[in-house]
Write a protein that binds this ligand. Structure first.
Ligand code: API
Length: 291
């Protein structure tokens, strides 16, 4: 693949930024983890939190498949802000005329709708709350019940934090903090990300409850570090806040890059889907030669 010329589109969803590649019109099958990381590198490459690769689906019920690579080059299961940019991309490129698109991503199919106001609504599916499926191993950790969920204590280098483990297809450890602006995201984020209780590592969410329908959120993302916004992180934080009894659906999630609206009608069933609505923005188009 070295020396291959790639066409890309740079996009962001609430400041979480992406390189989006059309893997249907370009053969990108042989790109290595190191080459993904180089493309995402802020100084040596294009720069992005994640890379989104659009491909033909492998299942009949989806129109497309899209794959997600963190800036460390690792492939992951889900990306909320990325899914909104994906649907904006395939519509802007004329790859579909549908306003609602079904896309295959890792082990699930998402349904995405571009609304008349330009915002995108995504059915993110039901949250995954069983430890084995997150995956999260709680053995040896102190635990306590709050509302309808369990909190677990993670020992960090100089203090302990109580977290709630939730998956939206990708793992999240969410905690409530008094003030997100002063929360030790840079210090505690990497320690939580690589904590042994999370065998596939984890995204670390820091949530400040403002009222029953509003939070502020910062996320230290697995494989990318702190981002201006994290869509699955916003979903996981709202699910956690509702289960803990602090939030009622819908919730406005204020991130450093913009606002997301998350709805989860858990009253009838925890298996109801989480619905996320937010922005998607194309920034520029470009070409680059893979080195
Ligand atoms: N860092 C995440 C993937 C990107 C998720 C985030 N950008 C979003 O909008 O959901 C993980 O390793 O699971």
């Amino acid at each position: 693949m070295t020396g291959t010329r790639l066409r890309f589109t740079k996009m962001h969803g609430a400041g979480n930024d992406f390189i989006v590649l059309n893997g249907i019109s370009q053969d990108l099958s042989g790109i290595t983890k190191e080459q993904w990381a180089r493309l995402a590198h802020r100084q040596l490459g294009i720069g992005a939190d994640q890379i989104l690769l659009v491909e033909k689906p492998t299942v009949a019920e989806a129109e497309f498949r899209y794959r997600i690579f963190n800036s460390d080059g690792g492939e992951v299961e889900q990306c909320g802000n990325g899914s909104r940019c994906f649907v904006r991309f395939v519509r802007e490129k004329g790859l579909t005329k549908n306003k609602t698109v079904k896309v295959q991503v890792a082990h699930t199919i998402l349904s995405l709708t571009e609304n008349d106001d330009g915002q995108v609504t995504v059915n993110m599916g039901a949250p995954i709350l069983t430890n084995e499926r997150i995956p999260f191993t709680s053995s040896g950790l102190q635990e306590k019940i709050e509302g309808k969920t369990n909190l677990y204590q993670l020992e960090l280098s100089d203090h302990a934090v109580w977290i709630n483990a939730v998956s939206m297809g990708n793992p999240h450890a969410v905690q409530i903090v008094q003030d997100v602006d002063t929360a030790p995201v840079a210090k505690d984020g990497p320690q939580i990300e690589t904590h042994l209780a999370f065998p596939k590592k984890v995204n670390a969410g820091f949530m400040q409850i403002q009222n029953r329908h509003e939070i502020k959120l910062r996320v230290f993302e697995r494989g990318s570090g702190e981002t201006l916004a994290c869509g699955t992180g916003a979903c996981a934080a709202v699910v956690s806040g509702i289960l803990r009894g602090h939030l009622d659906s819908p919730v406005t999630v204020h991130t450093r890059g913009g606002d997301l609206s998350i709805a989860w009608n858990s009253a009838s069933s925890a298996q109801n889907p989480v619905m996320m609505t937010g922005p998607a923005q194309t920034v520029f188009e470009g070409e680059i030669t893979l080195d």
